[in-house]
Design a protein around this ligand. Structure first.
Ligand code: NI
Length: 258
Protein backbone atom coordinates (compact mmCIF):
# COMPACT_ATOMS: atom_id res chain seq x y z
CA UNK A 1 0.00 0.00 0.00
CA UNK A 2 0.95 3.62 -0.45
CA UNK A 3 1.69 5.43 2.85
CA UNK A 4 1.43 9.23 2.54
CA UNK A 5 3.51 10.53 5.46
CA UNK A 6 2.55 14.21 5.06
CA UNK A 7 -0.81 15.60 3.91
CA UNK A 8 -3.03 18.59 4.71
CA UNK A 9 -6.57 17.35 4.06
CA UNK A 10 -7.91 19.97 6.49
CA UNK A 11 -6.78 22.66 4.00
CA UNK A 12 -9.52 24.83 2.48
CA UNK A 13 -8.54 23.52 -0.98
CA UNK A 14 -10.53 20.38 -0.04
CA UNK A 15 -13.60 22.19 1.37
CA UNK A 16 -15.78 21.43 -1.67
CA UNK A 17 -15.11 17.70 -1.95
CA UNK A 18 -13.08 16.54 1.09
CA UNK A 19 -15.17 13.43 1.80
CA UNK A 20 -15.19 12.41 -1.88
CA UNK A 21 -11.39 12.74 -2.14
CA UNK A 22 -10.72 10.89 1.13
CA UNK A 23 -13.26 8.24 0.19
CA UNK A 24 -11.51 7.55 -3.12
CA UNK A 25 -7.96 7.13 -1.78
CA UNK A 26 -8.25 3.39 -1.13
CA UNK A 27 -9.17 2.80 -4.79
CA UNK A 28 -5.98 4.65 -5.73
CA UNK A 29 -3.90 2.21 -3.67
CA UNK A 30 -3.45 4.51 -0.66
CA UNK A 31 -3.65 2.67 2.67
CA UNK A 32 -2.39 5.11 5.31
CA UNK A 33 -2.13 8.90 5.55
CA UNK A 34 -0.81 11.19 8.29
CA UNK A 35 -2.56 14.58 8.32
CA UNK A 36 -0.16 17.27 9.47
CA UNK A 37 -1.29 20.31 11.45
CA UNK A 38 -0.08 23.78 10.50
CA UNK A 39 -2.28 26.35 12.27
CA UNK A 40 -4.31 26.29 15.48
CA UNK A 41 -7.48 25.81 13.47
CA UNK A 42 -5.95 22.72 11.85
CA UNK A 43 -5.46 21.17 15.32
CA UNK A 44 -9.24 21.05 15.70
CA UNK A 45 -9.91 19.98 12.10
CA UNK A 46 -7.30 17.21 12.25
CA UNK A 47 -8.84 15.88 15.47
CA UNK A 48 -12.21 15.61 13.67
CA UNK A 49 -10.74 13.98 10.56
CA UNK A 50 -8.81 11.25 12.40
CA UNK A 51 -11.97 10.32 14.30
CA UNK A 52 -13.90 10.00 11.05
CA UNK A 53 -11.42 8.02 8.90
CA UNK A 54 -9.75 4.86 10.16
CA UNK A 55 -6.81 5.11 7.70
CA UNK A 56 -6.03 8.69 8.75
CA UNK A 57 -3.58 9.53 11.56
CA UNK A 58 -2.40 12.94 12.69
CA UNK A 59 0.56 15.08 13.74
CA UNK A 60 -0.03 17.93 16.20
CA UNK A 61 2.02 21.11 16.06
CA UNK A 62 2.28 24.65 14.76
CA UNK A 63 4.10 25.49 11.50
CA UNK A 64 6.72 28.30 11.73
CA UNK A 65 4.53 30.55 9.53
CA UNK A 66 1.77 30.37 12.19
CA UNK A 67 3.76 30.62 15.44
CA UNK A 68 2.40 34.17 15.83
CA UNK A 69 -0.85 32.39 16.89
CA UNK A 70 0.97 30.36 19.54
CA UNK A 71 0.84 31.02 23.29
CA UNK A 72 0.77 28.89 26.46
CA UNK A 73 -2.88 27.94 25.86
CA UNK A 74 -1.90 26.83 22.35
CA UNK A 75 0.93 24.69 23.74
CA UNK A 76 -1.62 23.12 26.11
CA UNK A 77 -3.87 22.38 23.15
CA UNK A 78 -1.04 20.65 21.25
CA UNK A 79 -0.07 18.72 24.38
CA UNK A 80 -3.63 17.51 24.98
CA UNK A 81 -4.08 16.48 21.34
CA UNK A 82 -0.72 14.67 21.39
CA UNK A 83 -2.13 12.33 24.04
CA UNK A 84 -4.77 11.06 21.59
CA UNK A 85 -3.98 7.56 20.39
CA UNK A 86 -4.09 8.46 16.67
CA UNK A 87 -1.67 11.38 17.01
CA UNK A 88 1.64 9.84 15.97
CA UNK A 89 3.98 12.86 15.82
CA UNK A 90 4.58 16.51 16.72
CA UNK A 91 4.52 18.71 13.62
CA UNK A 92 4.94 20.38 11.45
CA UNK A 93 7.45 22.52 13.30
CA UNK A 94 10.66 24.27 12.30
CA UNK A 95 11.99 27.42 10.66
CA UNK A 96 10.80 29.32 7.59
CA UNK A 97 13.18 32.11 6.59
CA UNK A 98 11.64 32.34 3.10
CA UNK A 99 8.33 33.85 4.23
CA UNK A 100 9.81 35.24 7.48
CA UNK A 101 6.31 35.88 8.85
CA UNK A 102 7.32 35.70 12.52
CA UNK A 103 10.67 37.15 13.67
CA UNK A 104 13.42 34.50 13.46
CA UNK A 105 14.11 34.51 17.20
CA UNK A 106 10.39 33.91 17.85
CA UNK A 107 10.38 31.03 15.34
CA UNK A 108 13.41 29.47 17.05
CA UNK A 109 11.85 29.76 20.49
CA UNK A 110 8.59 27.97 19.53
CA UNK A 111 10.53 25.39 17.48
CA UNK A 112 12.56 24.51 20.59
CA UNK A 113 9.48 24.41 22.81
CA UNK A 114 7.75 21.96 20.43
CA UNK A 115 10.90 19.80 20.10
CA UNK A 116 10.95 19.58 23.89
CA UNK A 117 7.25 18.63 23.92
CA UNK A 118 7.96 15.79 21.45
CA UNK A 119 10.66 14.46 23.80
CA UNK A 120 8.25 14.68 26.76
CA UNK A 121 5.58 12.78 24.81
CA UNK A 122 8.15 10.38 23.29
CA UNK A 123 6.85 11.14 19.77
CA UNK A 124 8.76 11.72 16.51
CA UNK A 125 8.89 15.24 14.99
CA UNK A 126 7.92 16.42 11.49
CA UNK A 127 10.36 19.16 10.50
CA UNK A 128 9.69 22.06 8.10
CA UNK A 129 12.80 23.94 7.02
CA UNK A 130 12.79 26.55 4.25
CA UNK A 131 15.79 28.77 3.48
CA UNK A 132 17.03 27.86 6.97
CA UNK A 133 19.09 24.72 6.32
CA UNK A 134 22.07 25.54 8.57
CA UNK A 135 20.02 27.02 11.43
CA UNK A 136 17.66 24.02 11.46
CA UNK A 137 20.50 21.51 11.37
CA UNK A 138 22.27 23.32 14.22
CA UNK A 139 19.19 23.18 16.46
CA UNK A 140 18.43 19.56 15.55
CA UNK A 141 22.04 18.51 16.28
CA UNK A 142 22.04 20.27 19.64
CA UNK A 143 18.70 18.84 20.81
CA UNK A 144 19.66 15.39 19.50
CA UNK A 145 22.86 15.53 21.55
CA UNK A 146 21.21 16.95 24.67
CA UNK A 147 18.49 14.28 24.52
CA UNK A 148 21.18 11.58 24.18
CA UNK A 149 19.85 10.56 20.79
CA UNK A 150 16.18 10.33 21.79
CA UNK A 151 15.09 13.01 19.28
CA UNK A 152 13.72 11.29 16.17
CA UNK A 153 11.53 12.08 13.17
CA UNK A 154 11.42 13.18 9.54
CA UNK A 155 12.78 16.13 7.57
CA UNK A 156 9.74 16.93 5.45
CA UNK A 157 9.99 18.14 1.82
CA UNK A 158 13.76 17.82 2.05
CA UNK A 159 15.50 20.55 0.03
CA UNK A 160 19.13 20.31 1.14
CA UNK A 161 22.16 18.67 -0.45
CA UNK A 162 23.16 14.99 -0.25
CA UNK A 163 25.72 16.02 2.41
CA UNK A 164 23.05 17.59 4.61
CA UNK A 165 20.81 14.54 4.09
CA UNK A 166 23.67 12.37 5.36
CA UNK A 167 24.00 14.53 8.49
CA UNK A 168 20.35 13.78 9.25
CA UNK A 169 20.27 10.09 8.32
CA UNK A 170 23.43 9.53 10.42
CA UNK A 171 21.36 10.75 13.39
CA UNK A 172 18.58 8.33 12.39
CA UNK A 173 16.20 10.86 10.85
CA UNK A 174 14.02 10.04 7.86
CA UNK A 175 13.95 12.11 4.66
CA UNK A 176 10.55 13.03 3.19
CA UNK A 177 10.42 13.05 -0.63
CA UNK A 178 7.45 14.24 -2.68
CA UNK A 179 6.44 15.77 -6.01
CA UNK A 180 9.59 17.90 -6.31
CA UNK A 181 11.58 14.76 -7.23
CA UNK A 182 9.64 14.67 -10.54
CA UNK A 183 10.36 18.33 -11.40
CA UNK A 184 12.87 19.19 -14.15
CA UNK A 185 14.62 21.53 -11.69
CA UNK A 186 14.61 18.88 -8.95
CA UNK A 187 18.10 17.59 -9.72
CA UNK A 188 19.49 18.21 -6.23
CA UNK A 189 16.71 16.11 -4.71
CA UNK A 190 17.24 13.36 -7.31
CA UNK A 191 20.89 13.21 -6.18
CA UNK A 192 19.76 12.94 -2.56
CA UNK A 193 17.43 10.05 -3.44
CA UNK A 194 20.20 8.23 -5.34
CA UNK A 195 22.75 8.56 -2.55
CA UNK A 196 20.76 8.20 0.68
CA UNK A 197 20.19 5.00 2.68
CA UNK A 198 16.99 3.37 1.41
CA UNK A 199 15.77 2.55 4.92
CA UNK A 200 15.43 6.28 5.74
CA UNK A 201 13.34 7.25 2.70
CA UNK A 202 9.62 8.07 3.10
CA UNK A 203 7.18 9.54 0.60
CA UNK A 204 4.77 12.44 1.07
CA UNK A 205 2.41 14.64 -0.91
CA UNK A 206 2.29 17.83 1.19
CA UNK A 207 -1.11 18.04 -0.55
CA UNK A 208 -2.83 20.23 -1.68
CA UNK A 209 0.63 21.53 -2.69
CA UNK A 210 3.51 20.15 -4.79
CA UNK A 211 1.66 17.87 -7.23
CA UNK A 212 4.11 15.76 -9.27
CA UNK A 213 4.64 16.15 -13.04
CA UNK A 214 2.44 16.13 -15.19
CA UNK A 215 0.05 17.62 -12.62
CA UNK A 216 2.47 20.30 -11.42
CA UNK A 217 0.61 23.42 -10.25
CA UNK A 218 -2.71 21.59 -9.81
CA UNK A 219 -4.22 20.31 -6.56
CA UNK A 220 -2.31 17.32 -5.23
CA UNK A 221 -3.68 14.25 -3.44
CA UNK A 222 -2.25 10.99 -2.11
CA UNK A 223 -3.13 8.90 -5.20
CA UNK A 224 -0.59 10.92 -7.23
CA UNK A 225 2.19 9.44 -5.08
CA UNK A 226 2.38 6.61 -7.61
CA UNK A 227 4.21 9.10 -9.89
CA UNK A 228 6.69 9.87 -7.10
CA UNK A 229 7.18 6.14 -6.50
CA UNK A 230 7.90 5.58 -10.23
CA UNK A 231 10.51 8.35 -10.26
CA UNK A 232 12.24 6.98 -7.15
CA UNK A 233 12.19 3.48 -8.67
CA UNK A 234 13.89 4.79 -11.82
CA UNK A 235 16.54 6.66 -9.79
CA UNK A 236 17.30 3.67 -7.56
CA UNK A 237 17.04 0.94 -10.23
CA UNK A 238 14.19 -0.77 -8.38
CA UNK A 239 10.63 -1.72 -9.28
CA UNK A 240 7.76 0.53 -8.24
CA UNK A 241 6.37 -2.33 -6.10
CA UNK A 242 9.64 -2.54 -4.16
CA UNK A 243 9.71 1.23 -3.56
CA UNK A 244 6.08 1.18 -2.40
CA UNK A 245 6.76 -1.69 0.01
CA UNK A 246 10.00 -0.27 1.46
CA UNK A 247 8.62 3.25 1.92
CA UNK A 248 5.55 1.81 3.67
CA UNK A 249 7.78 -0.16 6.07
CA UNK A 250 9.92 2.93 6.72
CA UNK A 251 6.86 5.11 7.38
CA UNK A 252 5.41 2.54 9.79
CA UNK A 253 8.72 2.51 11.70
CA UNK A 254 8.89 6.34 11.69
CA UNK A 255 5.39 6.76 13.14
CA UNK A 256 5.32 3.60 15.27
CA UNK A 257 2.49 1.98 13.29
CA UNK A 258 3.62 -1.63 13.28
NI1 NI B 1 3.32 20.48 5.02
Amino acid sequence: MIFDTHAHYDDEAFNEDRDAVLGSLADGGVGLVVNICASRESLRKTEELIKKYSFLYGAAGIHPDYVGELDEAGMEEISRLADEEKIVAIGEIGLDFYWDIAPREVQKEWFLRQLTLALEKDLPVVIHSREATQETLEIMRRVYRESEGRLRGVIHCFSGSAEIAKEYTDMGFYIGVGGVVTFKNGRKLKEVVEAMPLDKLVIETDCPYLAPVPHRGKRNDSTLLKLVIEEIAALRGMTAEEVERVTEENARRLYGLG
